[in-house]
Design a protein around this ligand. Structure first.
Ligand code: PLP
Length: 502
């Protein structure tokens, strides 16, 4: 069992008191001397407690008076609206995202980027490079022929066994041979869609959704039906029900139940159960993209959507790309009733994945070191998200809205006055700062005034300066919009509305 250091345990104790309301903004925290006495710790530990609370935005030092509870700036911004879910969505469209994404990729390639807030990935330093290198070395020492012998097709490998074993924690029961290794989650999604639908078919997706999925649909010649999605609870099951009634030709639904990209929403279990039953009832295949659930800050791991599936109608897709090893393209698919078809498609498409990375990753995942790594990663990401949200609340123009998701790598930011995010993107790129404009996350124009900001970089002065500059750019662009007087940047809203996603 991982025990956090003493200073963090004490900081968490005071944080719990703030969250419970027993300590409110403006209340004085115990002095260093009191902390030492109360908790039997040294001066340096007491100081670390105060500095931790200060660094995470929960306390401020006042000269000669000590530390006081502060309401973090991020909690003073207004949360985003829920989408209107009571009308049928716009008809399904053939996706035309590729041009927008190619333009974005080309501009990224041909411009010097010094600060990249556009990706959805952690910095290399957040992943256990040394342990992975050792696991690769050990796998090769044990079976040196791994690089020269074609991968034998074996039903039980360390990787398949580790995935099957971990699946039990999230309510799934599957045999190792039901886990098909893939080239990342993106190949798993490609296979799932090809197994259940044909070119021209309609696939329901969340709106907004990550542009990789829209690209996959476009490349397969399928139509996307964008379903309103809550920043808090994910895909609206009511809106999907309306869509099923209105357009009777939906073949599949793709959903990211945990830490949806870009919203960060988390679907409650009751919604997952309703969604699984709804799709089953209508004979619609349900594809679960489980890329991010290991990054969720929760007491217990969230139940997989697949765990609500009694008939094999849910296809579960996941990957290690964001959580363990961005350098390995290692994902997997558990294809339910489409297992044989997916196995055939995978064989036809790319043959089996190479063995070395699977053996090393599988052995690492079977040790306690994997969970220790995940706990550390979640903790670092939480701090980075909170600091990024604070910086946005401080430096972006008044009226900017964010939701603070309970985990993950990114923040979804709504710019005020429907400020086009492409204008911010262009101006920022001229200053070597890259962001992901909202226009990439939908086939339509609904999210053109949003930005997705990556929080995967360890906090630094350069990151803070970049976010300050982005806020400045947004303020300048906003002031230039017709009919708008210049608004001061960095204004914090006085009202205390909670921005936290449950
Ligand atoms: C929701 C979601 N699914 C799938 C992927 C692609 O995953 P992988 O890199 O494992 O192929 C991403 C990457 O950004 C993602 O955000």
């Amino acid at each position: 069992m991982h025990t956090p250091p003493r200073y963090r345990q004490i900081a968490q104790h005071y944080l719990a008191a703030v969250r419970a309301g027993s300590l409110g903004p403006g209340d004085r925290l115990p002095s260093l001397r009191e902390l030492m006495k109360l908790h039997g710790v040294s001066l340096s530990t007491a100081l670390q407690v105060c500095r931790t609370l200060e660094a995470e935005g929960w306390a401020e030092a006042r000269e000669r008076s000590g530390y006081f509870v502060r309401r973090p700036r991020r909690l003073q911004t207004t949360p985003m609206d829920e989408p209107a879910a009571d009308r049928a969505p716009d008809p399904a469209q053939f996706v035309g995202i590729h041009e927008k994404v190619s333009d974005f990729v080309a501009r990224r390639r041909y411009n010097e980027v010094r600060l990249d807030f556009s990706i959805a990935r952690g910095a290399p330093a957040l992943y256990p490079a040394e342990a992975l290198r050792a696991a690769i070395g050990q796998a090769l020492r044990r079976r040196p022929e791994m690089l020269t012998l074609a991968a034998p097709s074996r039903n039980r490998t360390p990787f398949r066994e580790a995935v099957a074993q971990r699946a039990v924690r999230v309510g799934m029961t599957l045999a190792p041979e039901e886990v098909l290794p893939t080239n990342g989650c993106i190949e798993a999604l490609n296979l799932a869609l090809r197994a259940v639908a044909q070119p021209g078919d309609t696939v329901a997706v969340e709106s907004p959704t990550f542009y990789g999925l829209l690209q996959v649909l476009e490349s397969l010649g399928m139509r996307a039906l964008e379903i309103p999605t809550s920043p808090q609870t994910g895909l609206s099951v009511e809106a999907l029900e309306l869509a099923i009634d209105a357009y009777r030709d939906i073949k599949a639904v793709v959903v990211v139940p945990h830490l949806q990209n870009p919203l960060g929403s988390v679907m409650p279990d009751a919604h997952k159960a309703r969604l699984a039953a709804l799709c089953e009832r209508h004979g619609i295949a349900l594809i679960e993209d489980d890329t991010y659930s290991e990054l969720l800050d929760a007491e217990a791991p969230p139940r997989a959507l697949k765990s609500f599936d009694a008939t094999g109608n849910v296809i579960h897709c996941a990957s290690l790309h964001k959580v363990l090893a961005p350098g390995l393209r290692l994902g997997w698919i558990h294809a339910g009733r489409w297992h044989a078809r997916v196995e055939m498609l995978k064989y036809a498409q790319t043959r089996s994945n190479e063995e070395l990375s699977q053996t090393a990753a599988g052995r690492f995942m079977a040790t306690g070191a994997y969970d220790r790594h995940l706990r550390r990663l979640r903790e670092r990401l939480r701090t980075q998200r909170e600091r990024t949200a604070d910086a946005i609340a401080q430096h972006f123009p008044a009226g900017t809205r964010i939701n603070l998701p309970p985990g993950g790598l990114q923040l979804w930011v709504e710019l005020p006055g429907r400020l086009p995010s492409m204008a911010v993107f262009d101006a920022a790129l001229r200053e070597h700062i890259l962001v992901a404009p909202g226009t990439l996350f939908s086939n339509g124009a609904r999210f053109d005034h949003y930005l997705r900001i990556n929080c995967g970089w360890p906090w630094s002065d350069a990151i803070e300066a970049g976010l300050r500059r982005l806020g400045g750019i947004a303020s300048e662009r906003l002031a230039r919009m017709p009919g708008r007087a210049a608004e001061p940047a960095a204004r914090v809203r006085p009202q205390a509305t909670s921005a936290s996603a449950a």
